[in-house]
Design a protein around this ligand. Structure first.
Ligand SMILES: [Fe+2]
Length: 506
């Protein structure tokens, strides 16, 4: 009880800290979450201007300092930030110089853009030395939530020291609930997990409606509940009062599954598509039905913005969707009324439920590292999904094999750089020696390969393929090295290329 009482006091202090911080953030309204390069930001904004469709802010995805400088110089719109590569879910950050360095670089980007917040997925692409191309959600356990809270506090302290805003205060760390991609692991429910994080860290949250749909789909909830019941139950437990931004993005059947598993088995009475998070795809209407339900919950007291996440989406589709979004939701930000005043409010969960956990035991950091190592082994087909993290009622591995046998191999061989297109001469020579490229997938995971510089999947892919060639066809290594050097130079040049010099927004 004493522990619980101490935590309750901590929670109250954390809550006040959050309220002080969020009070300094102005309402941003309806915006776009964009990538600087894809689609090319100046061209996108020129197209929007032509269409007379104007976002109220741009949440800018992680880019180089020089590219961000160009963006800041050419628009007066508020530019909050979408960070990348700072893996707050992983244990050991406090003693990892690379994590500290990433946080400092991030602080410099926030100062440059004068960002009011920095959003980060509660996810990682690097676990126990193994690299992935797209986000893996955390293990949803109590000890994992505790580590996330501690890591966020470390990063927020760096923002406070190195990224002060002109009007006072510093950018606020926002944590985004990540998508599920076919599975979920852990002993805590997802909303209880985020409640546990926000009870210990003064961060805000981003609620991504498409991600929430994937939770409905891949937690197995869809088999027992309607989407409306699911959203209501989820929000009742989720710390909605910490939500600062809402994202809406597309969903689609992943290209590695098309034609193989578009929908669930036909004998199911209510089949749902096997969609995953897909920013290039159109936004399905169900997400706006979910959004309307979320907006009615009455607890969005600190909402500052809603953005369509449109990186990699065609400009015309962005303009169509933004025009509709502005028309439908502009009234939300017309007057500065507290978002908690909407009718039909659901009460927050009882205070004594806030620290409840189904964990049974609190794992130490070392065992969390071991648990993440096991997690990496399971998702890469080197271990079976057994044990509490895979068998608890909050876990769901029913569709894990789609990830293991289709999605992940596609990611290694094709996504974020197609190996045959990257190394055409080496691949031709390997084929001549009867060496199949498929072996690269198992090679990728046969040993951990720690990352020693800022995480970049394309860079990792280059390094790992050269290693693969060295091991299987040593005589081809010089050829692979030459192609690797050309790739690195071209990639660096593309990342640093100046954006259009025309003003990107009136
Ligand atoms: Fe998002």
């Amino acid at each position: 009880m004493e522990w619980k009482g101490g935590r309750m006091t901590l929670s109250r202090n954390v809550c006040h800290d959050f309220q002080d911080r969020v009070a300094r953030i102005p309402v941003h309204g309806l915006g776009l979450s964009v990538d600087v390069y894809s689609p090319d930001l100046p061209s996108l904004l020129a197209d929007l201007t032509r269409r007379q469709v104007f976002p109220m802010y741009l949440e800018v995805f992680h880019a180089t300092f020089s590219a961000l400088t160009t963006v800041r110089d050419q628009t007066d719109l508020p530019l909050p930030y979408h960070g990348e590569g700072l893996w707050v879910t992983q244990p050991g950050a406090e003693s990892d110089p690379l994590f500290q360095e990433e946080a400092q670089v991030l602080a410099s980007h926030l100062s440059l853009l004068r960002s009011a917040w920095s959003n980060h997925e509660c996810a990682t692409k690097h676990i126990a030395g193994y690299s992935f191309g797209t986000y893996l959600p955390p293990l949803y356990t109590a000890s994992s939530a505790d580590v996330v809270a501690k890591n966020i506090s470390l990063v927020q302290a760096i923002f406070d020291q190195q990224a002060a805003l002109q009007g006072g205060g510093s950018p606020l760390f926002l944590l985004e609930m990540p998508p599920l991609t076919f599975f979920v692991a852990g002993t805590l429910s997802i909303p209880a997990y985020f409640r546990r994080v926000t009870d210990q860290a003064a961060c805000g949250l981003v609620l991504d409606v498409g991600h929430l749909w994937t939770v409905y789909r891949y937690s197995g909830a869809w088999r027992a509940q309607s989407i409306t019941q699911f959203v209501d139950d989820f929000l009742r437990e989720f710390p909605v009062e910490r939500v600062v931004e809402i994202h809406v993005a597309g969903l689609a059947v992943h290209e590695s599954l098309v034609g193989k598993a578009d929908v669930v088995d036909s004998e199911d009475p209510n089949p749902l598509p096997r969609w995953t998070d897909a920013h290039a795809a159109p936004i399905p209407p169900v997400l706006f039905e979910m959004l309307d339900r979320i907006l009615q919950c009455g607890r969005l007291e600190h909402l500052r913005g809603m953005a369509l996440e449109v990186d990699t989406k065609p400009s015309d589709l962005i303009a169509d969707e933004l025009a509709w979004f502005l028309e439908r939701y502009r009234h939300m930000f017309d007057q500065d009324v507290p978002r908690g005043s909407v009718a039909d409010a659901s009460p927050p969960p009882p205070a004594n439920a806030r620290f409840s956990t189904n964990d049974g035991s609190v794992l130490k950091t070392e065992s969390l590292s071991e648990a993440y190592d096991q997690y990496a082994q399971v998702v890469s087909s080197r271990a079976e999904p057994v044990g509490p993290n895979w068998m608890a009622p909050t876990a769901c591995a029913d569709e894990l094999d789609w990830y293991r046998t289709k999605y992940l191999p596609h990611e290694i061989l094709h996504w974020g750089g197609d190996i045959e297109a990257m190394f055409p001469e080496t691949c031709r020579a390997m084929a001549g020696q009867q060496i199949a490229l498929d072996g690269f997938v198992s090679y990728w995971f046969h040993l951990p390969h720690p990352v020693t510089r800022s995480y970049d999947f394309f860079d990792v892919k280059i390094d790992r393929f050269v290693d693969f060639v060295r091991e299987l066809a040593p005589d081809l290594e010089p050829l692979a090295q030459r192609e690797a050097t050309e790739l690195r130079l071209a990639y660096q040049a593309a990342s640093e290329a100046p954006l259009s010099t025309a003003s990107i927004y009136p």
